[in-house]
Write a protein that binds this ligand. Structure first.
Ligand SMILES: Nc1ncnc2c1ncn2[C@@H]1O[C@H](COP(=O)(O)OP(=O)(O)OP(=O)(O)O)[C@@H](O)[C@H]1O
Ligand SMILES: [Mg+2]
Length: 426
């Protein structure tokens, strides 16, 4: 069934939903016009986009409870980065959770149902209408799959019980949030670097423009690239941890160890794949490609004890710690070997991410170029990964005359979607 955006007017507030690769958030405008940010995860607004299916209790946990259960070693299945599946062939596949073969679509729906229920519990009434954020590109360079991704997202929200659904681009939503704080007309490049995508928009903002329904003439350009924090984690894992398991290790025949197992282990939704019977067999046979058998033994320990997600989570923690403190941060690998302490440092991170960050900066520059302007007044930064210092440095070098303005890293898109929703319902 083809999902169609349902634009018919219906009473009630519009819930702005930022369904993120790493974190989700939601907000709506109250009858008094005040922004009401939903406490989706305990008291916190940002809820990890994660589900955990416990084999022990046969229950499903969401958000940080899902992450905690998984990291505490509860037997079960963790699903993260489910947004990355939208538009991909994996979306049509089934996965085994709680002993049942479940379509990925149902898992996305389950997440939306939970999000909706938590919001309704907070406001105390049903919420029928949703303004969903979407990245500029779910899928790069493939308009058909990109349209399919939006369609799937809409159908999942519909299956979760929303009857009226609309979409807005995530960077435009971030811009609407920023607009609440501008006091004069401003040309902004809004930069939203999240977990899965980096999205840009050049937009004309101003206090007197806020209530305008049709903002298309103010949106001067949008660009986006399918690169974000989960890619940075993958690259840091490949450069800092996987060599300890044999990645780039040269074997007795003078050739490096085949690398597919390392790529699987570094990608959230492929880690499970590395543990399949076929891949385990392949990995066992890899011993002949190793000059140092201790590295192969370690690889097999990671696979047999299924430490892939734990390692990747440890890399992300170290990335964030290093990014915030600018000091070296250790990747926790004690469960493998006490003596194994790889450090992520500012220079080693800059080096591992250089190419990816350059792609992100090029995409930002393309956005300015596509707007027809030669410069912007402000570069407004949002999304968790916008805190990365090497990225901020590179953006400032690329746009020396613009003022870099760090914004609300995690709540801005949901807030902007709520503003967009309120204007659309006038
Ligand atoms: N201080 C930090 N420095 C660097 N990266 C960070 C920091 N804090 C969070 N991140 C990263 O930000 C990402 C999550 O950001 P965010 O919540 O904005 O993404 P998202 O909205 O879920 O993803 P997307 O918008 O791409 O779908 C994660 O990859 C996380 O590791
Ligand atoms: Mg986001």
């Amino acid at each position: 069934m083809q999902f169609e955006t349902l634009k018919a007017r219906a009473p009630g507030p519009v819930l702005g939903i930022d369904f993120g690769t790493s974190n989700s958030a939601a907000a709506l405008l109250g009858a008094d016009g005040q922004l009401n940010v939903m406490p989706l995860d305990g008291l916190k607004a940002a809820m990890p986009t994660a589900l955990f299916f416990s084999n022990e209790t046969h229950t499903t946990l969401f958000g940080s409870q899902a992450m905690q259960a998984y990291l505490m070693g509860v037997e079960g299945r963790l699903l993260r980065s489910i947004k990355s599946l939208l538009g991909s062939k994996l979306m049509d596949e089934h996965t085994l959770v709680n002993g049942q073969s479940t379509p990925f679509f149902d898992i996305v729906t389950l997440f939306f149902k939970e999000l909706k229920a938590r919001c309704e519990a907070h406001v105390g009434h049903p919420i029928e209408r949703a303004m969903l954020g979407r990245p500029v590109h779910f899928v790069d360079d493939d308009a058909t799959r990109d349209a399919l991704a939006q369609d799937t997202l809409g159908r999942a929200a519909q299956a979760a019980g929303f009857s009226h659904i609309d979409f807005q681009l995530e960077p435009i939503a971030a811009a609407f949030d920023f607009e609440q704080r501008v006091s004069k007309e401003t040309i902004a490049l809004v930069v939203d670097i999240g977990g899965g995508t980096s999205d840009f928009t050049v937009i004309r903002l101003g206090p007197e423009r806020r209530q305008t329904r049709d903002r298309s003439s103010d949106i001067l350009a949008t660009t986006g690239v399918h690169l974000g924090g989960t890619d940075f984690d993958r690259l840091l894992n490949l450069s800092h941890v996987m060599p300890l398991l044999g990645h780039k290790h040269i074997g007795p025949a003078g050739r490096p160890v085949p690398n597919s197992v390392f790529f699987d282990l570094c990608t959230w939704h492929l880690i499970h794949h590395a543990y399949s019977r076929k891949n385990m067999h392949f990995a066992r046979e890899l011993w002949t490609s190793y000059a140092d058998q201790a590295l192969h033994k370690r690889l097999m320990q990671v696979l047999e004890e299924q430490h892939g997600h734990r390692i990747l989570a440890g890399v992300e923690v170290a990335k964030i710690a290093c990014s915030l403190s600018h000091k070296p941060a250790a990747v926790e690998l004690e469960f493998l070997d006490q003596a194994l302490v790889p450090f992520i440092t500012a220079p080693s991170m800059g080096e591992a991410l250089a190419q990816a960050l350059d792609q992100v900066v090029q995409c930002a520059l393309q956005c300015v170029q596509a707007s027809g302007l030669t410069a912007v007044d402000v570069v407004y930064l949002t999304g968790g990964s916008s805190a990365l210092q090497p990225l901020m440095d590179a953006l400032q070098v690329a746009m020396p005359d613009a003022t870099l303005m760090p914004g609300d890293r995690f709540g801005g898109v949901a807030a902007g979607l709520a503003y967009a929703g309120a204007v659309s319902s006038y």
